[in-house]
Design a protein around this ligand. Structure first.
Ligand code: FMN
Length: 453
């Protein structure tokens, strides 16, 4: 049996501080250059050199202002605030690369399917079939308030909206234009044949879209669909729609429980559970002989307040009132006890104070931290992937783009020697990397296929 390929994505947000807090101050970090095309082009070229499937770009639509009830701490460390648009940096990266895919985050809660379908098709045209969409429903109250709502739409209703959003988008991508609609027949004077372009006539609970898709079909038609929700409604949504799933857990055994749940949900929807590609967030610190010192060098710059600000937003709990050195076990609120459970399952022997938690997530927030020589990191990645029953990793970069460059220069050659990372891309569209060469369209068991003409 051949060894399964280890699929790799780069993980970034169009911001200064994403998974590592305070590390923008590290001399090797160029995180502040996020607002330049130069930075994104360089990042994309590094990842493509390493055979990465895609760059995953996270996004948030509101400032982080749960900690202390204000945005100050997030601003001081540039934690997801400021943040730029993730879509606009893609064409420049696509022009500077030939194979790297791009999985970009857009929220179904605040977009319109008619315009988003066109945006995604435009990107699929410009990248020649290298686009994926990370479908999120958004969790920040601050986004809701700044986007015209008094408060967030309730959680499960956001998923109902998302589900109908997908239906409309699939109709536009798969069902409006026939493959043969564009004739470009100069002699007859017909660019597109009106008889082969169909209105979708969608009328649902949340959206009404009677017309035709504005864009002609792209290489993949439907972008590769990614999802990251883990609640019952989130994982049901993933089981139905996702082709790629993003996980954020610290222990391989916890990741395994989640991946099994996602695959079961896919099977329950009549889909091949193995067609779901599952990626876990991970951070790597490596060096031929000095990985431990490098980690210590990174840890010197982590920000306690920044980490607490980020986790306050993730948990919807203001952690600022807590003494940083008093064990969380003594905290009064239920939400914090929930948090304690997460960390005590991970390491029951440790006393989890806010400071210990912040130090723990300071460099590798969101997932495991693999530290060691290239050989040791490769061992750790392989073991984690096997135990967690996942298909690969979303590699964060605490000091962009240096972390990704070191990974590609040091660890990828080792993974290639072991047959885990391909030396040449097989195919040229993102879906081909998932499904195999020649398979750029959704599989027959995916819900989008039902709307094909
Ligand atoms: C690995 C990972 C990446 C995520 N990326 C984003 C993101 O970029 N933007 C966003 O709004 N939410 C993001 N989320 C949040 C999820 O979309 C989802 O809202 C969250 O996991 C809560 O899931 P639930 O709503 O099913 O409970 C991410 C979650 C995970 C686990």
């Amino acid at each position: 049996m051949s060894i399964p390929r280890m699929r790799l994505n780069g993980l970034r947000q169009n911001t200064v501080g994403h998974t590592a807090m305070g590390l923008w101050r590290h001399p090797d970090s160029r995180a502040h250059e996020y607002r330049t095309l130069r930075h994104w082009v360089e990042t994309a070229q590094i990842l493509e050199r390493g055979g990465f499937d895609a760059l995953f770009i996270a996004d948030a639509l509101g400032p982080l202002e749960v900690y202390q009830g204000r945005v100050d701490a997030a601003l001081r460390d540039g934690i997801q605030t400021p943040t730029d648009d993730p879509l606009l940096v893609i064409p420049a990266m696509a022009a500077a690369t030939a194979r790297l895919g791009f999985a970009v985050t857009v929220s179904t809660t605040y977009a319109q399917p008619y315009t988003l379908a066109r945006t995604m098709t435009t990107l699929d045209h410009l990248t020649e079939g290298r686009i994926g969409w990370n479908v999120v429903t958004s969790v920040l109250e601050s986004a809701a308030r700044n986007l015209g709502l008094d408060r967030q739409i309730p959680h499960d209703e956001r998923y109902l909206i998302a589900d109908e959003f997908m239906e409309v988008a699939y109709k536009l991508w798969e069902g409006s234009w026939e493959d043969s609609a564009v004739l470009r027949d100069a002699a007859a004077g017909v660019f597109a044949d009106p008889a082969r372009v169909h209105p979708i006539e969608h009328k649902g609970q949340y959206f009404s879209v009677p017309g035709i898709a504005l864009s002609e079909p792209s290489a993949q038609r439907t972008p590769v669909i990614f999802q990251a929700g883990s609640s019952p409604s989130g994982s049901a949504f993933a089981g139905k729609h996702a082709e790629g799933v993003f996980l954020s857990t610290y222990k391989a055994e916890m990741a395994r429980d989640l991946s099994r749940r996602f695959r079961q949900q896919a099977a329950a929807q009549g889909r091949d559970p193995q067609s779901l590609k599952i990626f876990a967030i991970a951070t790597v610190v490596t060096g031929a002989t000095d990985a431990a010192e490098r980690l210590a060098g990174l840890q010197r710059y982590t920000s306690l307040e920044g980490s607490l600000a980020r986790w306050s937003a993730l948990l919807h709990i203001d952690l600022s009132g807590l003494d940083p050195d008093v064990p969380l076990q003594h905290a009064e609120t239920e939400g914090i006890r929930g948090l304690v459970d997460v960390f005590t399952t991970m390491d029951p022997d440790r006393t989890w104070t806010p400071r210990a938690l912040a130090e723990f997530v300071g460099v590798g927030g969101g997932g495991p931290l693999f530290v060691g020589s290239p050989g040791s990191v490769a061992d750790q990645l392989e073991a984690w992937m096997e135990t967690a029953e996942i298909d690969g990793f979303n590699l964060a970069d605490p000091i962009p783009p240096t972390g990704h460059r070191e990974f590609v220069d040091l660890v990828v050659p080792e993974l290639r020697r072991r047959g885990r990372v391909w030396s040449e891309y097989e195919g040229s569209t993102l879906r081909e990397y998932f499904r195999g060469e020649g398979l750029s369209r959704v599989s027959d068991d995916h819900p989008a296929a039902a709307y094909r003409r």
